[in-house]
Design a protein around this ligand. Structure first.
Ligand code: SAM
Ligand code: SF4
Length: 477
């Protein structure tokens, strides 16, 4: 297993990998054709699938959860680690077999694998009919037409300004309570291990007016939580222009958070991901000012060794990171904190690894996404450094890290027993319809007896027990 995630994840939910999507209401007869879409990778990819669904809907395609019924099968891919690529390739091979029985079926690859593997997929392996990169979804209808005539349709051009700001995403498989809202695309950081700047292009911020309009409309539709998404939300920067927003001053991330929080005190606001070099005190103070901005920060560190951080080109040191965490604890004493960690990056020694463990011990994360290093073609690390830590060592270090983290999360959960939290109800618990499930401000999953409470309501829950991933309690009336 190369990825180990805690169960109350939201942003990179391992259980959602490969999830098939369909809108809440489906009337197959309304549409001329049906599409099936499966998504992999991070929340941004899942949010992109909702933009794709919107474009396809406008062009007469309805969504189906049964790929056997589809005229068009799309796989929205991730290439962050080798395993993610392998999973997608296997899936595409399975879909290709369906074409024998249904020659009119089109199979397409979307997202991060598109650029690097377009020739392989289309020309050499003849796995797919369409390859569409993350900035080219507007061209899907014309590419589908092209593919229908038997031509191979490809558009993997990256853009400097595409943000799909004007496209209202079609919410797929939604619980009607939580929604992801993309506020920017791409990334300008060049972390040496990371393929994102190459697959998703340059960073660009989305029109602030369109972000707020989308959040407002979600609230009016009954949603009670939005998660603002970007690879590095703290570098969000929107300068109003005639076509969008009409803001006289540039809108920073702190300003945007505030504007979304002001939509209604009943709308919870979350965000991901914060970069340690960019998160500002202004953001922390804005969080402190508004009750509905959740006290939870995802602050990936990647390593606890300053030497490794430098090789990773993260542009901060361990000391800088610790100072940011201290500041968070000072301004937001109750904040939940999570991170991403990589074990076995190039040249990592046992001592570097021990520093990662000691940093985790210091920060006492509530949640951590831990991976072993997977070299990605084209990245700075692949070009400059040797991938010299043996796989068994990477995995052993990962296991040690996971063990430490499990102990810390259990302690963090146990500390919450006896406390009372405001919980936004998201639906039934996974075990029984007699119980409801939601999350507290700090992003921890809370389960409690159903009584007469409903999805979308806020309820105060007193915590009476816990497991490593769930707080268990009773609602206070
Ligand atoms: N933008 C976010 C940030 O800077 O923290 C992270 C984006 S990336 C999609 C999510 C996580 O995947 C990273 O934080 C990192 O821990 C992990 N990751 C990225 N490239 C990796 C690689 N080559 N091998 C292992 N893990 C990787
Ligand atoms: Fe990748 Fe670094 Fe950008 Fe995150 S900040 S997406 S890790 S390059």
């Amino acid at each position: 297993m190369d990825t180990l995630l805690n169960i109350n994840t939201k942003e990179h939910d391992e259980k959602r990998q490969g999830e098939a999507f369909a809108p809440l209401v489906l009337d197959g007869n309304e549409y001329k054709k049906l599409f099936y879409i499966e998504s992999y990778g991070c929340a941004m990819n899942f949010a992109d699938s909702e933009v794709v669904a919107s474009i396809l809907h406008k062009n007469g395609f309805g969504a189906t959860l049964q790929f056997e019924n589809a005229d068009l099968i799309l796989v929205n891919t991730c290439s962050i680690r080798e395993k993610a690529e392998a999973t997608v390739r296997k899936r595409l091979t399975e879909f290709r077999k369906l074409k024998k029985a249904n020659p009119g079926l089109l199979v397409g690859v979307l997202g991060c694998m598109a650029e690097r593997l377009k020739e392989k997929f289309i020309e050499q392996e003849k796995l797919v009919d369409l390859v569409v990169g993350p900035d080219a979804y507007r061209s899907l209808p014309s590419l589908i037409e092209e593919a229908e005539t038997g031509q191979k349709a490809v558009n993997v051009l990256l853009s400097r300004d595409e943000t799909y700001a004007d496209i209202a995403p079609v919410r797929l498989n939604s619980n009607g309570v939580n929604a992801f809202v993309s506020i920017m695309r791409g990334c300008n950081n060049m972390c040496s291990f990371c393929v994102v700047p190459f697959t998703r292009g340059r960073e660009r911020s989305r029109d602030a007016g369109s972000v707020i309009a989308e959040c407002k409309s979600l609230f009016e539709d009954g949603y009670r939580e939005v998660t603002l998404l970007g690879q590095n939300v703290d570098s969000y920067h929107w300068v109003g222009n005639e076509s969008g927003g009409g803001y006289e001053e540039p809108v920073t991330f702190a300003n945007l958070l505030e504007k979304v929080a002001l939509i209604s005190p009943l709308l919870r606001v979350r965000f991901s991901t914060s970069h340690p070099k960019d998160i500002t005190d202004e953001v922390l103070f804005t969080m402190a000012r508004y009750d509905n901005i959740c006290n939870y920060i995802h602050l990936p560190v990647q390593s606890g060794s300053s030497r490794i951080l430098q090789l990773m080109n993260r542009t901060y040191t361990r000391e800088w990171y610790v100072a940011r965490v201290n500041r968070i604890r000072e301004i937001l004493p109750d904040a939940g904190l999570s991170t991403d960690m990589i074990t076995g990056f190039c040249t990592e020694t046992e001592e570097d690894h021990q520093q990662s463990l000691s940093l985790m011990e210091y920060c006492k994360y509530d949640l951590a996404y831990m991976y072993f290093y997977s070299q990605r073609p084209g990245t700075l690390a692949a070009r400059r450094f040797e991938d010299d830590v043996p796989e068994e060592v990477k995995k052993r270090r990962l296991q040690e890290m996971v063990k430490l983290h499990r102990r810390n999360t259990l302690l963090s959960m146990q500390r919450d027993v006896g406390k009372t939290f405001k919980v936004l109800i998201e639906g039934f618990s996974k075990k029984t319809p007699e119980e409801l499930q939601g999350r507290n401000d700090q992003n921890k999953v809370v389960v409690f007896p159903k009584e007469n409470f409903k999805k979308g309501e806020y309820v105060s829950v007193k915590i009476t027990a816990c497991t490593a991933g769930t707080l268990i309690g009773t609602a206070l009336i």
